[in-house]
Design a protein around this ligand. Structure first.
Ligand code: UDX
Ligand code: UDX
Length: 476
């Protein structure tokens, strides 16, 4: 792209057709009809799913997403595996690949693994033509832009004899799953960090098609990268704070919902992100805080690292606490007991189970010998299988044994009724709307005094006053 000659961006390429790349590009395509958006991914399966003719098998579920894909796909929105072609046609490239926590080596368990980002940078260096804006959309540790810059410049070997140059921008996503389209259409702010004003303004001009200019914040690269980590850390911190108080409520006779109302009505505090629950999940919070902790340790800020790490500790403790309460109420033995698990996704309105508190809690219950009857309206059995299988491996066990054991330890149910009926206790882990309207009197196969553990504060206590169920609500 020649910045001097061309003021408008015509071709956008997005690398990574995941939870972030897919919806973000769909909304850009919807609002910028003169822009051609191509989303590429190394996974043929993912791209095929995005191209599914009937729109029945889109790889992710988000309210309103299907409608946008249906109206833009094939017009100015394309999904493809031809990475090099999309890169060479692009004026601007969004990097939306995953950045998981490192599993080994320096910073293992905390730092982000940037191998996919690195790979993207190499591909961009090889295949881009002319001047290209490279936008970090994936959440990355502070100073990743520096890594990108170094790789782009080192690998710039002019394969097609064109003079190449790059501008790097940080433009973090703040979308929350299940609300992604709404967050993208009406964002609180758009954050663009960069080094040269021209490039920042060009990226801004895309968003200005539907976002008010006053909501577009322009900063330097590092402020933008750090703001993203800080925003997620603050959100997670509020959840750990309220969850820690939920435990105190249970001990003292205070009621967490009343406390939330009283505390949240102070304008300075506000009432969002104060919902107690089984702990935060999702692909971002834990990973981003671990990143922050690693950064602090790297710069010798031990106390700051410890402060943020405590947010994670409380989150794990809350999950353990819920399992322990359930086990205690069931007379310290789960062996042979059937436990209905309502909800496996990390929150409602998504099929995502990454870091879902249900994973830890279910594994703990399985380890105690329980049989889990799992229901979730959106999560598939194969997803759960990956998470519950590993924890069941005992030494010297063959794969066959393992499958047998898994089969005996849990199963998934399509109907809420079948899931609950005949269970020895019920645990609500995701706040799906449909669980609010369950007719509890219908479960004739549940015995008297069957416990319902409501870890999402979803049900009304009064409903159970004269019922055969015992009702436990988190934080009261
Ligand atoms: C990811 C990160 O997890 C998040 O922190 C960040 O903010 C945005 O990127 P997400 O979109 O949810 O979020 O990841 P995921 O759904 O796993 O999608 C990433 C996609 O990138 C996958 O489909 C993967 O196949 C693709 N990919 C990965 C490539 O196309 N090329 C690569 O080199 C690596
Ligand atoms: C989050 C951020 O909100 C978003 O800005 C960022 O870009 C990606 O990470 P997401 O992970 O999709 O989004 O979900 P979010 O709605 O923030 O919830 C995260 C977790 O916190 C969920 O497990 C949810 O159940 C839990 N949560 C949230 C609470 O327990 N209580 C609350 O009050 C809010």
């Amino acid at each position: 792209m020649d910045l001097e000659k061309k003021g408008n961006i015509l071709n956008i390429c997005c690398i990574g057709a995941g939870y972030v790349g897919g919806p973000t590009m769909a909304v850009i395509a919807k609002n910028c009809k003169n822009v051609k958006v191509t989303v590429v991914d190394v996974s043929r399966e993912r791209i095929d799913a995005w191209n599914d003719i009937n729109l029945q098998n889109l790889p992710i579920f988000e309210p309103q997403l299907k409608e946008i894909i249906s109206s833009c796909r094939g017009k100015n929105l394309f999904f493809s595996t031809e990475v090099s072609k999309a890169i060479s046609n692009a004026d601007i490239i969004f990097i939306c690949v995953n950045t998981p926590t490192k599993e080994r080596g320096l910073g293992a368990g905390k730092a982000s693994n940037l191998k996919w980002i690195e790979l993207c940078a190499k591909q961009i260096a090889n295949f881009s033509v002319g001047h290209t804006l490279v936008v970090e959309k994936s959440t990355v540790p502070v100073k990743t832009a520096q890594v990108l810059k170094t790789i782009l410049n080192c690998n710039n070997n002019n394969l097609n004899n064109s003079k190449k140059s790059f501008s790097i921008l940080s433009n973090p996503e703040f979308l929350s799953e299940g609300n992604a389209i709404e967050d993208l259409e009406n964002p609180d702010r758009i954050l663009i960090g960069g080094e040269d004003e021209n490039s920042i303004n060009l990226l801004s001009s895309i968003y200005e098609n539907w976002v008010d200019k006053s909501k577009i914040i322009k900063t330097n690269l590092w402020s933008s990268e750090l703001s993203k980590l800080t925003a997620n850390a603050f959100l997670a911190q509020r959840i750990s704070s309220i969850n820690s108080i939920s435990a105190l409520c249970e001990k003292t006779g205070a009621d967490i919902e009343q406390v939330v109302e009283a505390v949240g009505s102070d304008k300075r505090i506000g009432n969002s992100f104060l919902k107690p629950g089984p702990g935060f999940g999702g692909s971002c919070f834990k990973k981003d805080i671990l990143n922050l902790v690693y950064l602090c340790e790297f710069f010798g800020l031990e106390e700051v690292a410890e402060y943020w790490n405590s947010v994670l500790k409380i989150n794990e403790w809350q999950q353990d606490r819920i399992s322990k309460i359930l086990i205690e109420k069931l007379f310290n033995t789960l062996s042979g007991k059937k436990i209905a698990i309502l909800g496996f996704a990390f929150k409602a309105n998504t099929n995502d189970i990454r870091e879902s508190p249900a994973i830890n809690i279910c594994n703990q219950l399985i380890n105690e010998g329980a049989f889990l009857k799992i229901h979730d309206p959106k999560v598939k059995k194969e997803q759960i299988e990956k998470e519950l299988k590993l924890n069941n491996i005992k030494e010297n066990e063959s794969i066959d044994d393992r499958n047998l054991i898994d089969f005996h330890n849990w199963n998934i149910y399509k109907s809420v009724f079948d899931c609950i009926n005949g269970s020895d206790c019920i645990l609500i882990l995701t706040e799906w709307e449909e669980y609010k309207n369950i007719e509890w009197n219908d479960f004739i196969e549940c015995e008297n005094n069957t416990w319902i553990f409501d870890a999402r504060l979803l049900l009304d206590k009064k409903k159970f006053e004269n019922s055969k169920f015992n009702y436990w609500k988190l934080g009261s």
